[in-house]
Design a protein around this ligand. Structure first.
Ligand code: ADP
Ligand code: MG
Length: 792
């Protein structure tokens, strides 16, 4: 039996301190067991009183954990193991508990969630799939409800269900909320589009535990969440660009570097384009849009692959989650690339939407006072997690020693060799009846393996993005005797694979990986599907020089080696490569790939910095207005300021002033008094102020106490109109900056400069627009006596 020697010494020291707490918690076992149900459930009230009298939740940890443990036992029939209590303490401290698959993280979370919910500011459990959120909430809620806490679930079985504000508010004001990262992110953005306090539903973020933390915090965090609004108006050059690109050839017409995701037209390609579009020059001002579309079409054809990056589903291009191969619903690539792919696939090209609001997951989660996480695989990414989220990764020992065997990779030169070797191996294992989980890196590969198995007459189930709904159920059955399950790399993550009758004696679950994944963490996740809770099992990967990992992140010699040897290979007789040099190649390639992921995430974050600062200011300002906290934004102040700015900055002439009045103040302007001279700035200034006051006074008289509603709505509308423009502009600016970046420059600094300038402009625009809304809008009352404001 292999002993778990993986505990890092730092973790051991940390755990040492926690063990003292654990002992204290263990010492309360008998006392808690002796309490009646009533007395046990009344503990919540007692704890809250103590908090009110000055105790801290840290003071309550020992007792609260002991209480939840006892309730877990009474209600769910599961008494948290010592290692789960240790995990719970790590979660309370705002760190990441690394606990292997099957160790019971769902139950572990009940203790810190309860403790932190006692503060009555809300405690979240955030995971990466609706299925898991609903499943775990449904199972665990009985515990919290026994303890008189309320539970909300932020996602729904039916994703199209319309949820009213009241319902959302009830969910987000529950003591404990189970939800997904994307539901939380979208709800946050939508909450900040509300135009009055009765449309807002969120509370400030207090405490959250993120389940499958590395998937949520790292793998899903590469692209920001974006809410899209009105379509962008622009020429439709997608079709012609697509047609043109189809006529080009790699190397002669364009340069392609798959590894660095770079592609651009070479001289010959540019000349072709000039001829094709009958243009003298291509990189001229008037051809900006054409060049953009050509680049998009090139990218769509060379850097995005059907079945790997996206699938066509219901006649639409749907993106695939790199981590688990599932369809990312509601997400589109930004900056026109999605449309270019639609054109390439000849499905309907959707309008390119402007982004109205956006946030990165990193910045979303950083808003929590305390953020914690749990996952089976976090240690290898600890540096990044500390740097970005200030969370350490504490490895919790397993409840029982792990006896799974992880065999060294079997390495082949070509893809067909590898596939043949894999299938031979599958057949051999299958004759014994041992269940097999065959894992691929893409939907396309899972389909390919499924077809081959079918030809070989091997019954199996196929699990990929197309069958997301049944995923969990199917994967749960992957441990039955004789079963073969083909799945994309992290399909069904978070679902336990229990071994069927007699499988233990056969050696448990066999995990066979058909390629090493883009990150070491993903490989570890896969291996961990087998051998949970001290069960037997093994994992074995098959790899080749043709794998994406090597193609995209492998050393140069590997590419040369492949070119030289590929034709000499006989696919039917796979030849295994052995030796340190090959093993090291795959290890290195994976490290390179991991580093790329990390740098792309830090890039995303760096770009978001400007948006973040602006977003925080704008959201704060909106809230101040919604909750009437801002003295500056009243009608008189704004009117005076905008008029003063106009008089100072613009040329004062009869024409200009007339236009200013008609555009911004009133349509009913009848003319200037005779004695007004446009040479006297002060006189014009005074005249404009008086005119504005007159208009405002009329509205005040008519609206009486509702005048504040006009003020509020005018400002909010102005802010939103300008902010939508700004978000969209920053998004575009970002796309441009990223493109510049690949040309060996660091344009992030320039980006922040430009972003700041446009923020200053936006602020002025908000004042001007508010002014216009205040004066030029029309106000009436409906029959039901509700205020109606018409903005022009
Ligand atoms: P993880 O999320 O760590 O992979 P789960 O939370 O899905 O694991 O739990 C795996 C299984 O272990 C579940 O079937 C759960 O009911 C069971 N389990 C967890 N903790 C305990 C416990 N203390 N006693 C008995 N069974 C437990
Ligand atoms: Mg889990």
């Amino acid at each position: 039996m292999k002993k778990d020697t993986s505990l890092f010494s730092l973790d051991r020291r940390r755990l040492g301190k926690m063990r003292k707490k654990l002992e204290e918690i263990n010492a309360l076992k008998a006392e808690m067991a002796a309490l009646t149900d009533d007395a046990l459930s009344r503990k919540t009230l007692e704890f809250k009183e103590r908090l009110a009298n000055g105790a801290t939740i840290d003071d309550l940890l020992v007792e609260a954990f002991a209480v939840v443990r006892e309730v877990d036992k009474r209600i769910l029939g599961m008494f948290p193991f010592d290692v789960q209590v240790l995990g719970g303490i790590v979660l309370h401290q705002g760190n990441i508990a690394e606990m292997k698959t099957g160790e019971g993280k769902t139950l572990t979370a009940t203790m810190p969630l309860y403790l932190n919910a006692l503060e009555e500011k809300g405690a979240f459990l955030i995971t990466n799939s609706e299925y898991l959120a609903i499943r775990d909430a449904t199972e665990m809620r009985k515990v919290y409800e026994f303890l008189q806490l309320s539970v909300g679930i932020g996602v729904f079985d039916d994703p199209n269900r319309k949820v009213e504000v009241e319902e959302k508010r009830a969910i987000y004001h529950s003591d404990i909320i189970y939800t997904t990262n994307s539901a939380l992110g979208f709800d946050y953005l939508i909450d900040n589009l509300a135009t009055s306090s009765d449309k807002k539903y969120m509370r400030p973020f207090h405490y959250a535990i993120i389940d499958e933390a590395d998937a949520v915090l790292l793998d899903m965090a590469q692209t920001p969440l974006v809410i899209s609004g009105a379509p962008r108006v622009q020429p439709n050059l997608y079709a012609v660009s697509d047609e043109f690109v189809l006529s080009l050839e790699e190397e002669t017409d364009y340069y392609l570097d798959r590894e660095r995701k770079e592609v651009y037209l070479k001289k010959k390609g540019i000349n072709e384009a000039k001829r094709y579009f009958s243009q003298k020059g291509l990189y001229t001002k008037g051809n900006k849009e054409l060049v953009r579309h050509l680049n998009l079409a090139l990218k769509a054809h060379t850097l995005f692959e059907n079945g790997k990056d996206y699938v066509i589903h219901d006649e639409e291009v749907k993106l695939l989650d790199k981590g688990n191969g599932r369809i990312l619903s509601g997400t589109k690539l930004q900056g026109g690339i999605h449309q270019a792919i639609e054109e390439k696939e000849k499905v309907k090209v959707t309008p390119e939407m402007r982004s109205m609001a956006s946030i990165t997951y990193q910045n979303l989660f950083l808003m929590f006072d305390t953020l914690a996480g749990m996952t089976g695989t976090g240690k290898t990414a600890e540096d990044e997690l500390i740097e970005t989220f200030n969370m350490e990764v504490v490895r919790i020992p397993t409840n029982k020693p792990v006896i799974r065997q992880d065999f060294p990779d079997r390495i082949y030169t070509t893809l067909p060799e590898k596939i043949n070797a894999t299938i031979q191996f599958v057949k051999q294992i299958h004759t014994t009846g041992q269940p097999i989980l065959l894992v691929t890196g893409s939907v396309r590969m899972s389909e390919l393996f499924s077809e081959i198995l079918l030809l070989e007459g091997l019954p199996h189930s196929l699990l990929n993005a197309q069958s997301a709904a049944r995923e969990a159920q199917m994967i749960a059955e992957a441990g039955q005797m004789n079963s073969i399950t083909v799945a994309t790399n992290m399909a069904g993550r978070g679902t336990d694979i229990k071994l069927g009758q007699g499988v233990k004696a056969l050696g448990g679950l066999a995990v066979i990986g058909t390629e090493r994944m883009a990150s070491q963490r993903m490989d570890l996740q896969l291996r961990g599907r087998s051998g949970r809770q001290g069960e037997p099992g093994f994992s074995q990967f098959f790899v080749s020089f043709e794998d994406d990992l090597i193609m995209e992140s492998g050393s140069k010699w590997a590419h040369r080696y492949f070119k030289k040897h590929k034709d000499a290979r006989d696919d039917a007789i796979p030849k295994e490569l052995k030796g340190y040099r090959y093993r090291r190649l795959f290890k290195k390639a994976q490290e390179t790939s991991d580093a790329k992921g990390q740098s792309s995430r830090s890039n995303t974050l760096e770009f978001d910095e400007s948006v973040k600062i602006q977003r925080e200011l704008i959201y704060q300002e909106r809230d101040n207005i919604i909750y009437n906290r801002n003295k500056d934004f009243n009608a008189d102040f704004i009117v005076k300021k905008v008029i003063a700015d106009f008089v100072t900055n613009e040329e004062i002439s009869r024409d200009n002033v007339t236009r200013f009045i008609l555009d911004n103040m009133t349509y009913g302007f009848t003319g200037f008094p005779n004695q007004l001279s446009f040479k006297e700035k002060e006189a014009v200034h005074q005249f404009l102020n008086e005119l504005a006051q007159e208009i405002l006074d009329k509205k005040r008289l008519y609206l009486t106490k509702d005048f504040v509603d006009l003020e509020r709505n005018s400002v909010l509308k102005a802010i939103d109109e300008c902010w939508v423009e700004e978000v969209d502009y920053l998004q575009q600016l970002r796309t441009v900056a990223v493109a510049r970046q690949t040309a060996q420059r660091n344009p992030i600094y320039e980006y922040h400069q430009e972003a700041y300038q446009s923020f200053l402009t936006m602020k002025e625009d908000i004042y001007k627009l508010t002014f216009r809304h205040l004066l030029l809008s029309e106000v009436t009352y409906t029959k039901k006596n509700e205020l109606q404001i018409y903005f022009v």
